[in-house]
Design a protein around this ligand. Structure first.
Ligand SMILES: [Zn+2]
Length: 138
């Protein structure tokens, strides 16, 4: 099925331009071109043959080897083959996680003695942002 450019951008950005199965970096301009390493296709998490829809929540960017080798296997099994439990996070989601964890880290200052509060708040914020940027849901 052909998708318009805007819809492809939404699918592509869901995983920050990475294959949702193996996480290799994809090139947006190589949609559907099977001759290059970073080309990609739209992958149905639940295959259409099993009742999967063309709604955004069922569609992911995938490199062509992953998409074609997945077949009718489950997304969970295909990701597990590459050692992953979930899709890569979007850029927006990474920033949101970093801000949340940064705020949580800063709150540690409330439990520190007064002379150390600023240092603990800064360390907590930096640690929180660092952890939050990479944390992934299970
Ligand atoms: Zn892949």
């Amino acid at each position: 099925m052909a998708y318009d450019v805007k819809f492809c951008e939404r699918i592509f950005s869901k995983t920050n331009g990475r294959c949702h199965l193996c996480r290799c970096q994809l090139n947006f301009n190589k949609y559907g071109k099977s001759d290059t390493k970073d080309s990609w296709e739209v992958e149905h998490s639940v295959p259409r043959a099993k009742g999967g829809t063309d709604h955004l929540n069922n569609l992911y960017a995938s490199c062509i080897p992953c998409n074609r080798s997945k077949g009718s296997a489950s997304t969970r099994a295909a990701r597990a083959k590459n050692g992953f439990k979930c899709a890569p996070l979007s850029k927006k989601r990474k920033v949101s996680n970093a801000l949340t964890w940064g705020a949580v880290g800063s709150l540690a200052a409330f439990f520190a003695p007064p002379p150390l509060r600023i240092a603990v708040a800064l360390i907590g914020m930096v640690a929180g942002v660092t952890i939050g940027h990479e944390v992934e849901p299970d």
